[in-house]
Design a protein around this ligand. Sequence first.
Ligand code: ATP
Ligand code: MG
Length: 157
Amino acid sequence: MAYECIVVPYDGSDHAQSALAAACGIAKGHDTKVHVVNVVPINIFPEVASTDPAAVVSPSYVTQKTYSELFDDTLLQIHQEMMGTIGNTFDELKEDQVTYEVIAHPSAVEGIIDYASDHNCDLIVMGRRGLGALRGLLGSVSYGVIRATKIPVLTVK
Ligand code: ATP
Ligand code: MG
């Protein structure tokens, strides 16, 4: 049985790169959709606003318009960086098979799970450091996702 929709949570790490390659192998030759998703912690935006003098209208506040633009610019910049690190990993898939997304969420674990459910995905492929034993095998995000979702999860070293 081919999968219909795979989510690959992506944080730019080596293990996440391995997860991309594994997802590519699973989707190749099928109509499987692959969604690569980087979850950005929502609390980075006040930090960006406070360090970018151009975004701050007065020393004490940022307007809604400026904040929205800053939000868009930040997500766009992260998206471009993500595309740069992914390179030609998915060259063997059809162009419309793969979607690259940056989303903001207070929790990486819940962001991944919400995204996968919203898109009716039937597999999550994520990276794994491969150190230690039992609990130590998994990082906090992969551990959290595996604990909280009913969608099958494949972890890749
Ligand atoms: P820790 O973050 O607990 O120190 P770690 O970074 O080695 O450990 P995880 O964060 O669980 O381990 O990362 C495992 C996998 O989870 C990554 O390979 C990636 O697939 C996914 N992941 C982690 N953080 C994010 C994120 N912010 N957005 C999308 N995917 C992520
Ligand atoms: Mg991590």
